[in-house]
Design a protein around this ligand. Structure first.
Ligand SMILES: Nc1nc2c(ncn2[C@@H]2O[C@H](COP(=O)(O)OP(=O)(O)OP(=O)(O)O)[C@@H](O)[C@H]2O)c(=O)[nH]1
Ligand SMILES: [Mg+2]
Length: 145
């Protein structure tokens, strides 16, 4: 697999998703700083949310070959400006996370549309809890399991 950085708001499910893809026990631990786990670069949501850390996030993305934007269903999409993907001169894909929490398909669609507008392609829909979509994402990333 390629070196892959995940970005998204705090609580969007980045760390849980990495644990699930790597076949680790899913254990909640808030990400405090940029953490490398094998080929994954896990980032704290605060890096997006705080102006002073935003630049560090963009710089960290230079270490990755592939960028994943993570958007949970039912939460705000304002961190995903249109064409955000053009900030990075590398492939950007999207993940709609926590699809098990969607009250209706419209919530998944809303998250997907924000990712598409941000320039993410392709966009996956997953739930680390139910396992839905995880095999497809794992194949795309070529995660050894
Ligand atoms: N229902 C549901 N909950 C999930 C899913 N994935 C993660 N969660 C829960 O969401 C919470 C936050 O998950 P994390 O993986 O820590 O989120 P994060 O994006 O790494 O957050 P930061 O480290 O703060 O940036 C945890 O309580 C997880 O158990 C999912 O697919 N479905
Ligand atoms: Mg985390």
């Amino acid at each position: 697999m390629k070196d892959t950085i995940l970005m998204g708001m705090s609580g969007s499910g980045k760390t849980t998703l990495i644990q699930a893809l790597l076949g680790e026990e899913m254990r909640y631990a808030k990400t405090q700083t940029v953490e490398r786990r094998l080929r994954f670069i896990d980032t704290p949501g605060e890096y997006l949310e705080r102006r002073s850390l935003y630049r560090a996030l963009i710089v960290t993305a230079a270490d990755a070959e592939l960028i994943g934007l993570v958007q949970a269903v039912g939460s705000g999409v304002s961190w995903l400006p249109p064409a955000f993907a053009t900030t990075f001169a590398k492939p950007v894909f999207g993940i709609v996370s926590k699809t098990d929490l969607a009250a209706d398909p419209g919530e998944v669609e809303h998250a997907r549309e924000a990712l598409v507008r941000a320039g993410a392609d392709p966009v996956f829909e997953i739930s680390a809890v139910s396992g839905a979509g995880m095999a497809t994402l794992g194949q795309f990333l070529e995660v050894a399991s």
